[in-house]
Design a protein around this ligand. Structure first.
Ligand code: PLP
Length: 491
């Protein structure tokens, strides 16, 4: 009763009001997602559009819920790019599912900040078990699973970018320690100035950025004609760099590159990394979800050579953002790099082998109860439901690919392996720039381009889980109509 009174006095919304508004919000969300196709997928607003639509400062007195929701439609929705529309084919998917939304809602309500086991035991323990469940779905080598007790395990990071940075920083610390054991007089800054990390010229910009943040040289290696990083390119770079006195220590390989969904050859790269004492991190941000299907699992062969592996269930596995799953073989190497233990964060059970204090595995201290939404998604879809989702989207990408292939004005630029098709009009880059500009100006579908070697290319990704064959046909029809208009000289 006391609590109830307190709550009423300090919130504009009491329990019963929340019950009512919560149901209304679920109705709003349901209608939003159900009717999303009626909205233009890409907004028509100009930069700075929003400021003039709302007051200069926060209201002194509470607004009403009705006014607020009215403004959601008046102010927010006109400026939303509708990532969950089946006409959205840009970037990569951003997962959204009803089980994921419900799990996230509960996580928000529990509102714990699970930086240590004691800060909320269920938050830490469910995370460890969910990462084991997911690792088993992918058939990851046992060393990555916490349940085997070999020192490995998984963690949920916010993003793939953070995972790469965390892996890089752990690898840097490991190499500094090894070198100082050999040469005790060497200063850390001197060692860092000699370190060199590798990635391919096709890897995501976050990898280069991780190098910038960690102040280490990040060398971008050339790929083959299919945009794949091969062992030979790494071998050559290692020879050159070692001859110059550099110390190779880290490789970030990509499975499913952002531009064209190419797969670096980790079967070639892995053994080289092992023999050269190089930490191999695998960034499979988008493609990783597909490895739950046995037919796509061979793409992950070679993961046994990796020290760390990461992918984003928040991209393609129906777990709402943010949820980036990362596994390491040796948790001690992460904890060795990041551990800080002030008195106010210590607790009685921190030495127990049964628990994980995830604050040592990441950059921030605070963390949300993100494993709840994984649990909801895994249980309410089942592995079979998730596999169906992946297979359906891959089939839709092949449907789009075959439409493009049937038209000899166009060419396909990548091997279509998963849900991404890279295509272009045969002809100049300017022609293709004009095409994509017109496509996005029409706002009926939304796609983004990429550069593959000297070619300006259009990327078509199957994104929303509600995408069906009719949306693929619709998208192709839109593109063809615009091509016809361009040919007829319409501006
Ligand atoms: N790595 C790859 C291969 C990606 O495709 C992306 C984004 O699409 C990222 C990293 C960055 O992902 P995040 O936003 O989770 O950092």
């Amino acid at each position: 009763m006391l609590l109830f009174t307190y709550w009423n006095q300090t919130n504009s919304m009491d329990f019963e009001e929340f019950r009512k508004r919560g149901k209304e919000m679920v109705d709003y969300i349901t209608d939003y997602l159900k009717l999303i196709e009626q909205r233009a997928v890409y907004p028509a607003v100009q930069p700075g559009y929003l400021r003039s639509l709302i007051p200069d400062s926060a209201p002194q007195e509470p607004d009403s819920f009705e006014d607020l929701m009215w403004d959601v439609e008046r102010v927010i929705m006109p400026g939303v790019t509708h990532w969950q529309s089946p006409h959205f084919h840009a970037y990569f998917p951003a997962a959204c599912s009803f089980p994921g939304l419900l799990g996230d809602m509960l996580s928000g309500a529990i509102g714990c900040i699970g930086f240590s086991w004691a800060a909320s035991p269920a938050c830490s323990e469910l995370e460890t078990v969910m990462l084991d469940w997911l690792g088993k779905m992918l058939n990851l080598p046992e060393e990555f699973l916490a349940v085997t007790g070999n020192g490995g395990g998984g963690v949920i990071q916010g993003t793939a970018s953070e995972s790469t940075l965390v892996a890089l920083l752990a690898a840097r610390k490991k190499m500094i320690t090894q070198m100082q054991e050999k040469y005790p007089d060497l200063e850390e800054v001197t060692i860092i100035s000699k370190l060199v990390a590798y990635t391919s010229e096709q890897s995501h910009s976050s990898v280069e950025r991780a190098g910038l943040i960690a102040s280490v040289k990040m060398r971008k290696l050339p790929t083959d004609e299919k945009f794949v990083l091969r062992g030979e390119a790494l071998k050559q770079a290692l020879e050159e760099d070692k001859a110059l006195g550099f110390v190779p220590f880290f490789l970030c390989a990509t499975l499913g590159t952002t531009s064209s969904c190419a797969f670096d050859n980790i079967v070639e790269l892995g053994p080289l990394c092992t023999s050269e004492n190089i930490w191999m991190h695998i960034d499979a941000a988008y493609a990783g979800s597909a490895f739950i299907c046995p037919e796509f699992r061979p793409l992950l062969n070679g993961v046994e050579f990796a020290d760390s592996f990461n992918f984003n269930p928040h991209k393609w596995l129906l777990v709402n953002f943010d949820c980036s799953a990362m596994w390491v073989k040796k948790r001690s190497e992460l904890i060795g790099a990041f551990k800080m233990d002030p008195l106010y964060l210590k607790h009685d059970h921190q030495d127990s082998v049964l628990i994980t204090d995830y604050r040592h595995w990441q950059i921030p201290l605070g963390r949300r109860f993100r494993s709840l939404k994984m649990w909801f998604v895994f249980r309410l879809y089942g592995v079979k439901g998730l596999q169906e989702h992946i297979r359906k989207q891959v089939n839709l990408a092949h449907e789009f690919e075959s439409l493009v292939r049937q038209d000899d004005q166009f060419e396909i630029v990548n091997d279509v392996i998963l849900g991404l098709v890279c295509f272009r009009l045969k002809g100049s880059n300017d022609l293709n720039k004009n095409l994509i500009k017109r496509i996005n100006e029409m706002r009926k579908i939304h796609i983004v381009p990429c550069q593959l070697q000297d070619k300006f290319v259009l990327r078509f990704a199957v994104c929303a889980p509600t995408t069906e064959s009719k949306h693929i046909q619709y998208a192709w029809q839109q593109i063809k109509e615009i091509v016809t208009q361009l040919q007829q000289g319409h501006q």
